[in-house]
Design a protein around this ligand. Structure first.
Ligand SMILES: NC(=O)c1ccc[n+]([C@@H]2O[C@H](COP(=O)([O-])OP(=O)(O)OC[C@H]3O[C@@H](n4cnc5c(N)ncnc54)[C@H](OP(=O)(O)O)[C@@H]3O)[C@@H](O)[C@H]2O)c1
Length: 269
């Protein structure tokens, strides 16, 4: 039986780095890597650049139901063993909930719904030793006003990963949620409110290669969360202990949102 990895969000950033590291043997031997994103040309170029394992470009929009039917049919026809499923497709829009508008629902569609559909389709093709890696975010552990829907979508990914990992105990299959802080990818190219995004990136950036290497290692070890950065481990602990109101006040101070809020209230009066 052919052993494959499936990577969503493979055309850019973290997903592309997963493809490169899996290609380089970072996830053990593989016959094929199926790479999914909308950018057909980029996927084709990536496929042409690697001979072994074979890379199969699958251009799909994961917000459309028919994409999952197509993938389900491919898996049913070819019956490979899905050794790795990496759910990396996702995006975030900064700003108040009202300003973010229809992107709120789009984020839930891609960050949550697509991940659930991918997991449901791939799980029946997994065996002991298979792994699911879900891109969550530090925002899933430390909730972020001005990034509310994104933050809530990543909390969903994190909790789903933890619960599914528990449900799968004894099957030899593990689920790992990856919770990095910011990384220099296309993620911040269209931030929505760039002032809010700029303020939040004061927490600093992580290296994509390091995040992916740690995630693969933690996943092989069967950890359900991959948190590769010490300051974010402390932030996650603080978020667990502090009442939400206090946490949000600290974040407002840290990200310079207090004056802005007062200005908004004054102009509304
Ligand atoms: N970068 C960060 O600072 C950061 C921090 C924490 C967590 N994360 C998470 O890490 C994951 C990867 O983000 P990234 O930093 O690699 O961002 P990125 O460079 O913007 O990559 C996003 C990927 O998702 C794909 N995608 C977007 N919409 C899609 C759709 N409708 N259907 C299929 N694929 C779609 C994009 O490809 P196409 O445009 O070709 O479709 C691209 O390959 C996301 O889940 C993100 O939330 C990122």
């Amino acid at each position: 039986m052919r052993s494959i990895a499936i990577v969503t969000g493979a055309s850019s950033g973290v997903g592309r780095e997963f493809v490169y590291q899996l290609c380089g043997g970072g996830g053990g031997p593989l016959d094929e890597i199926w790479i999914i994103a909308r950018s057909k040309d980029t996927l084709a170029k990536m496929a042409a650049a690697c001979e072994k394992p074979l890379i199969r470009p699958i251009p799909l929009d994961l917000t459309l139901d028919e994409s999952f039917c197509e993938l389900e049919a491919m898996l049913a026809q070819e019956e490979p063993c899905v050794q790795w499923l990496v759910n990396s497709a996702g995006f975030g829009t900064f700003g108040s909930f009202g300003d973010v508008g229809s992107a709120n629902a789009d984020m839930v569609r891609l960050n949550c719904l697509a991940l659930v559909s991918m997991t449901s389709i791939c799980l029946p093709h997994m065996q002991p030793g298979s792994r699911i890696v879900n891109m969550a975010s530090i925002a899933g552990l430390v909730p972020q006003p001005q990034l509310a829907t994104y933050s809530a979508s990543k909390a969903f990914v994190l909790e789903l990963s933890r619960m599914l990992d528990h449900e799968l105990a004894g099957t030899g299959i593990h689920v790992t949620a990856v919770c990095p802080k910011f990384m220099r990818t296309k993620f911040l190219d269209k931030p929505g409110d760039s002032e809010a995004a700029g303020a939040m990136t004061r927490i600093g950036f992580e290296d994509v290669g390091h995040v992916v290497r740690t995630a693969l290692r933690f996943s092989v070890l069967g950890y359900h969360v991959s948190l590769s950065c010490l300051d974010m481990q402390l932030a996650a602990l603080a978020a667990k202990l502090l009442p939400r109101k206090t946490l949000f006040r600290i974040e407002d101070l840290l990200f310079g949102r207090c004056g802005k809020k007062e200005r908004r209230v004054k102009s509304a009066l």
